[in-house]
Design a protein around this ligand. Structure first.
Ligand code: NCD
Length: 315
């Protein structure tokens, strides 16, 4: 595997190998030493052209735990995806000797563009591009689900997952649908029709409009942030209506079966898609998702840069 651009590039086996490697990384991170010497002398650039808290610091922590040198390059604005300026950026990264570039960008396809150009030879990791994909988030979500509900299995066979809310604008939802179904889970998208993408009928998922009707039959409720910054028109009447029909609250939590877990990729709009009580409830694994994110990103960096050929993706 040379790059991580999309979950679509990963086979089921490769995805499982990332999750298994992340488990070893989590064990290593649990020791007092924390740091592994694996990527000593390698340079990793964090190129974030869009806001991020969790993903950026998570990749930085992961790279540092593997002893790599990390350069944070926050190119706010849109210059990275525009022809010549992408070339300039790539050449700059190459000149800095970047072994890997972790890129977040507002334009879908920007990481693929960087991976395809001839000006840079390092690995490219997609840390979220527009509304397209966010593969490392899906991998950390799958890792978290497997840890809680996997019962020792290597995949997520038969686990029922509801992904709820602003699917239309969510790269997290797209990557998760691809990955969770690849691993054998049943995914139901729950959203108002206005927040479902065109062509959703061809996705390998069920679609429901009534949140209450699916609560009793799922093992995981994955809430999505309402991405107000990507909304140029009105997608729902008002915030109260949205919360009433698609928000997770205490009454809905009570309908879940005893082992079910609640997830959210963050950042949360508390009071809109999720109430504070739900976010902080005993069923919530939201903070744990952040912890697991570091182990999963260590695994991604390790597999891409330490040259493990067992997960050759041909990319
Ligand atoms: C997500 C993102 O940026 O795509 N956040 C994250 O990486 N944890 C989800 C979101 O912004 O809603």
């Amino acid at each position: 595997m040379k790059h991580l651009l999309s979950i679509a590039d990963l086979s089921r086996e490769e995805a499982i190998s990332v999750l298994d490697t992340a488990m070893h990384m989590a064990k290593a991170s649990d020791t007092p030493m924390k740091k592994l010497p694996t990527l000593r002398g390698r340079t990793i650039v964090n190129l974030f052209a869009e806001d991020s808290t969790r993903t950026r610091i998570s990749f930085e922590a992961a790279a540092k735990r593997l002893s790599a040198d990390v350069i944070n390059f926050s190119a706010k604005g849109s210059s990275v995806s525009k022809g010549e300026s992408l070339k300039d950026t790539a050449q700059t990264l190459q000149a800095m000797g970047a072994d890997a570039v972790i890129i977040r960008h507002g334009a879908s396809g920007a990481p693929a563009r960087l991976a395809d150009c001839q000006w840079m030879s390092g690995a490219v990791i997609n840390a979220g591009d527009g509304t397209h994909e966010h593969p490392s988030q899906a991998l950390l979500d799958a890792f978290t689900i497997r840890k809680h509900l996997g019962q020792g299995r290597e995949d997520l066979q038969g686990i029922r997952i509801a992904i709820v809310g602003d699917v239309l604008h969510s790269r997290v939802a797209r990557s998760n649908v691809l990955l969770l179904t690849k691993l054998g889970a049943h995914v139901t998208l729950v959203a108002p029709p206005t927040l479902l993408p065109v062509g959703v009928e061809s996705w390998p998922v069920s679609v429901a409009y009534d949140f209450d009707a699916v609560l009793e039959s799922v093992d995981v409720v994955m809430m999505l942030r309402v991405q107000l910054e990507r909304m140029s028109e009105l997608f729902f009447p008002n915030a109260r209506e949205y919360s009433r029909y698609f928000g997770l609250n205490s009454a809905r939590l009570k309908k879940l079966h005893p082992g079910a877990i609640v997830m959210h990729p963050g950042p949360m709009n508390r009071g809109l898609e999720i109430t504070a009580e739900s976010a902080d409830s005993a069923r919530s694994v939201i903070i744990e998702q952040v912890t697991n994110g570091v182990s999963v990103r260590m695994a991604i960096l390790y597999l891409l840069l330490a040259g493990d050929t067992s997960i050759e993706a041909g990319a």
